[in-house]
Design a protein around this ligand. Sequence first.
Ligand SMILES: Nc1ncnc2c1ncn2[C@@H]1O[C@H](COP(=O)(O)OP(=O)(O)OP(=O)(O)O)[C@@H](O)[C@H]1O
Ligand SMILES: [Mg+2]
Length: 282
Amino acid sequence: MTIIKSSNLWFKYSGSSEWAIREVNIEINEGEFVVLAGRSGCGKSTLMRCFNGLIPHFYEGEMIGKVEVCGLDTRENPTYILSQYAGMVFQNPDNQLFALTVEADIAFALENLSIPKEEIRERVDWALRVMGIEELRDKSSLELSGGQKQKVAIASILAMRPQILLLDEPTSSLDPFSAKQLIDTIISLNQKYKITILIAEHRLDLLLPYASRMIVIDDGRIVLDGKPREVLDKHDVMPYGVSVPRIVKVATQLKKSLGYSFNHVVPLSVEEFVEILRRWRN
Ligand SMILES: Nc1ncnc2c1ncn2[C@@H]1O[C@H](COP(=O)(O)OP(=O)(O)OP(=O)(O)O)[C@@H](O)[C@H]1O
Ligand SMILES: [Mg+2]
């Protein structure tokens, strides 16, 4: 079932002469795990803002076309309604936390929606459990590490029970270990809890093995869209400022220089490459 649909979408920020989004027609199905890639300034954040209603309700500019999220026209529904369907997590978790206790931070948005106390408690417990941060419940958001803060920010969005999670470069301020941990948690949200994920990320190597789809944006347009393996198979030297995972480069070089075909499968992770080599050798 289609969960996000944009039809002939264009957007230009007010004061800008250039369109940030150009003619985007997209359909995303329930349960998909979509990675948005593209050089800095190509329009990833802008596209996500179109999907949770920040555009056109918060950012001023000119929007042409239509976006529907869970069947709701984003133009006709306010952000407090849309955010219950498509929750967005930003690059910097500090912008999403209020420095209360973690528990109070997660409950904050729910209290504003006048949800009954008992249900708020259940949802907060659930969000803490899903993100694996139950031990942080009584801490102040101020005393957390970057990775913990980002998990609390995601928990506070999850407590709204959105069907879609929009993540805008959530690992950019994290060290490699915390980034991997956060990405593993995000993968489990998709696999275990069936939440549709759209994530803008530069660390493609950690995500692509689990992504159902890779969309590359350039200058506001969608230029590539498909299963990660298929996209990378056709474009091993990726234009558009996307860094191809190293393992893909290694396999491609071996193919080009030494003629190894590896049964024509592009490996997306080291583990996959080892498995392909093992089968290929036998
Ligand atoms: N609030 C804003 N006001 C005016 N112009 C903006 C605003 N936000 C983004 N833009 C412009 O819109 C275009 C797309 O920017 P956007 O932030 O969506 O790119 P991005 O792909 O998310 O980049 P990055 O990888 O650096 O986060 C750029 O030209 C940018 O300068
Ligand atoms: Mg961005």
